[in-house]
Design a protein around this ligand. Structure first.
Ligand code: GLU
Length: 418
């Protein structure tokens, strides 16, 4: 399988061939602005010291300060960080947020560390990368394996180092430290608003059957929102396994089981809930498949078994290009990551605005603004797809590229006379 960064670039290059775009934006986008790879050393609780690989990639700042989350995961590597950073560049452009793209990560299994060790890791990360971070330069946020607690430690460390309180340097903070209401479920909610807005076009109606792969922040909130709206969530999975109930799972119970025991399979066996192998989740009989786990989960080997007509990418890069091709041939509708999961960074932008203006918006205002943004950009992506007869993924990249090239053109073009 091609490296993730190459795949991400390829998607941009392909989209550029569908439109008349200034070649200089492509030339520029193939090389990250800066990627830093470091050793991050912390003291463990039992006294020894341990070193971890850590990265921050500021991919592109054509449209504004760089923006993107920090991932703590065992599989993190430099290639993945750069791929996710280029995707953030496209995502922020597609949503018309005044940001470029970035991503960071530490190669660590956060579940193997104590809370105190995690705090040292988060603070250590900030100590190393602080010179590159700031509200007008690079603004981190949570991603897989990090949370508002991680952002609280990082924000506190940033403030201590620079000697002033700068909440806008980090988003996804707890509300008590300047976080925005509605940031916690924003990734899922953005995807949910999009589905609601396009339900008729997608042929989704009340009672539609849903399977959700991944039960972290995005997957859990999506399950809650969809179940409350009358969808029937028939299967969910996490890293330990999957559960299935053709009659529809009781999401409140699944959430409680996840909270109490750490994995969804702990309620298997009760009320018609059966345990199935995690990799069977994608082939469950359903109308909508929500991918909310990690990248490359749908590949050549399992794409053909997907029965869902509609696939929503709440994770970044969950479908490989080979699987994309198989699914496109079968006329499945894929709502692509850079649009489908952009609710998270959109509310991060609202948080940054509130911090800079020293304001606090109520939840209704955050929801209303998120809904407006998701609907506006979804309509634009759908229009590109219709007019150019291309997939929604290509349309989302076309949409992003047009904005990026416009920002570059505004600085002058090769056609300027001497
Ligand atoms: N990590 C999230 C993403 O991939 C959010 C990024 C942010 O809020 O800056 O979109």
């Amino acid at each position: 399988m091609a490296a993730l960064f190459k795949i991400a670039l390829e998607r941009i290059i392909q989209a550029s061939q569908l439109i008349k775009v200034d070649g200089s934006i492509l030339e520029r986008l193939q090389i990250p602005l800066e990627t830093t790879e470091v050793r991050l050393t912390i003291r463990m609780d039992e006294g020894s010291i341990r070193s971890f690989w850590a990265w921050r990639c500021r991919y592109d700042n054509t449209r504004g300060p760089t923006k993107g989350g920090i991932r703590f995961h065992n599989q993190v590597n430099g290639d993945e960080v750069q791929a996710l950073a280029v995707m953030m560049t496209a995502k922020c452009a597609a949503m018309d947020l005044p940001f470029g793209g970035a991503k960071g990560g530490v190669k660590v299994d956060p579940r193997s560390l104590s809370n105190r060790e995690l705090e040292r890791l988060a603070r250590g990360y900030m100590q190393i990368f602080v010179r590159g971070i700031g509200p007008d330069r690079d603004i981190p946020a949570p991603d897989v394996g990090t949370s508002e607690m991680t952002m609280a430690w990082m924000s506190d460390e940033y403030n201590a180092i620079v000697g002033k309180v700068v909440p806008a340097a980090i988003t996804g903070k707890p509300v008590a430290l300047g976080g925005s209401l509605g940031r916690d479920d924003a990734t899922a909610r953005g995807g949910y608003y999009l589905l609601q807005h396009k339900a008729a076009a997608l042929g989704l109606s009340c009672g539609a059957k849903v399977a959700i792969q991944g039960f972290g922040n995005a997957g859990q909130h999506m399950a809650k929102l969809l179940a409350a709206d009358g969808y029937k969530v028939v299967a969910v999975s996490d890293s330990k396994g999957a559960i299935h109930d053709p009659a529809g799972l009781d999401i409140t119970k699944v959430l409680q089981a996840k909270k109490d025991y750490g994995h969804v399979t702990s309620i298997a066996g009760s009320d018609g809930v059966s345990e199935i192998p995690a990799d069977e989740l994608v082939s469950i009989d359903c109308d909508l498949l929500v991918l909310a786990a990690l990248e490359n989960m749908v590949h050549e080997g399992n794409a053909g078994s997907i029965k869902a007509k509609i696939i929503l990418e709440l994770a970044n890069g969950p479908i490989t290009p080979e699987a994309d091709e198989i699914l496109n041939r079968k006329k499945r509708v894929i709502i692509p990551d850079i649009l489908a999961n952009a609710g998270g960074v959109t509310v991060s932008y609202f948080e940054w605005v509130q911090n800079r203006r020293a304001e606090r918006w109520d939840l209704e205002e955050v929801h209303a603004r998120l809904k407006t943004t998701m609907e506006r950009e979804a309509d634009a992506v759908w229009a590109h797809a219709r007019d150019k007869e291309i997939t929604l993924r290509s349309a989302a990249y076309v949409h992003a590229l047009l904005r990026l090239s416009e920002a570059l053109r505004a600085r002058g073009t090769a056609k300027f006379k001497r």
